[in-house]
Design a protein around this ligand. Structure first.
Ligand code: ADP
Ligand code: MG
Length: 329
């Protein structure tokens, strides 16, 4: 007998909903969850095979990326993850093995971040595998961190390292053949497996004035933040924190700097903070064992708000061919 959508849901997805009584074992029309006082933070992100990940990507990596890109949005708002719903449009090749591996990986990520699956939709498609998650998080009243709070004079910080994912994607396409295999693997892993900075986001309220997660590219996302804040920014390219493999790749080919600054998929947090926060941020970086690097400053907006000037060590402007990833045009 052919597996129905309901068998599939009860076998692979219902176990992920067990810890939430209000998910009703994924058997009712909708879920009902209690929320604490404060703000409910809602975000959604879809991944399409061939657009957001290469078609041959294993199911467990797709699941991990799907949840982590949504978690990263919660992190940038300063939210604690709570629950998610999953809409899956599945092409014919998706079989039990695929679903087993996919759902196991979802289970592992949701456990790490203390959240639960509470519902979704499952359909068959003649098109590419398409997965969409809507994720819910919580923030205490008045503690939401927005893109719009940056002030002239703020320092701009970024967590972790930048460019690894873009270089990882390049490597997956055979573009970094000269690099040691272990280094290529590290970069590819960073492309497949974003590390949402939830712990950092939860600690930024009171220290940061504005935050955004870096998904489209460092320069593009900084421009988004500046636009929301009616400000401009100067970014010191040489201060961009680089991992050892990214340093090696750039040493071999300095032109890769463009990919690093505009490539996207980093899922680090980019935030602005007044000078008074600098000491507390250094302590936080040590505590979280996560580098927080000052890479520039917010300036008054001239006629063009959202403008980001990227400069080299000598203060000369670096012109970039494009600022980041855009889906349309
Ligand atoms: P309805 O027809 O009422 O929209 P569905 O038949 O689509 O309900 O889904 C039945 C139940 O299974 C619902 O509780 C729904 O939330 C859940 N569900 C369906 N697909 C998924 C999925 N991919 N992940 C989690 N829950 C799902
Ligand atoms: Mg439905």
């Amino acid at each position: 007998m052919k597996t129905t959508e309901f068998d599939l849901i009860s076998r692979f997805f219902a176990p992920l909903a067990e810890s939430e009584p209000g998910a009703f074992g994924l058997t009712d029309d909708a879920a009902s969850i209690s929320i604490k006082e404060g703000r409910l933070i809602v975000t959604t992100d879809a991944l399409v095979s061939g657009v957001h990940f290469p078609e041959q990507t294993p199911a467990h990596l797709i699941a991990e990326k799907l949840l982590c890109v949504n978690l990263s949005d919660l992190a940038s708002m300063g939210a604690a993850p709570r629950a998610y719903v999953l809409s899956a449009a599945l092409p014919g090749f998706v079989d039990d093995n695929w679903l087993e591996s996919f759902s196991k990986s979802l289970a592992s990520v949701q456990k790490t971040h203390g959240m639960v699956l509470i519902g979704g939709d499952t359909v068959a498609t003649p098109g590419p595998l398409t997965l969409s998650v809507c994720m819910l998080g919580e923030v205490d009243e008045g503690k939401v961190i927005k893109r719009s709070g940056a002030c002239p004079g703020d320092q701009i910080f970024v967590s972790g390292t930048i460019g690894d994912a873009a270089l990882g994607l390049l490597s997956l396409h055979g573009g970094l053949a000269g690099l040691e295999p272990a280094m290529r693997e590290e970069l590819e892993d960073r492309y497949h497996r974003p590390r949402p900075r939830i712990d950092l986001g939860l600690r930024l309220f009171g220290l940061a004035n504005a935050a955004v997660d870096v998904s489209d590219g460092l320069v593009a996302d900084l421009a988004h933040l500046c636009e929301s804040s009616s400000a401009a920014a100067t970014l010191q390219a040489a201060k961009t924190p680089l991992s050892p493999p990214a340093q090696a790749a750039l040493k071999a080919n300095p032109e890769l700097l463009t990919a690093v600054l505009t490539g996207g998929d980093d899922y680090e947090l980019l935030f602005t903070a007044p000078r008074e926060s600098a000491q507390a941020l250094s302590r936080l970086a040590l505590e979280l064992k996560l580098p927080l690097t000052a890479i520039g400053s917010i300036t008054e907006s001239a006629e063009e708000k959202g403008e980001v000037r990227v400069v080299d060590e000598n203060g000369s402007e670096i012109s970039l061919p494009n600022k980041g990833y855009r889906h349309f045009g």
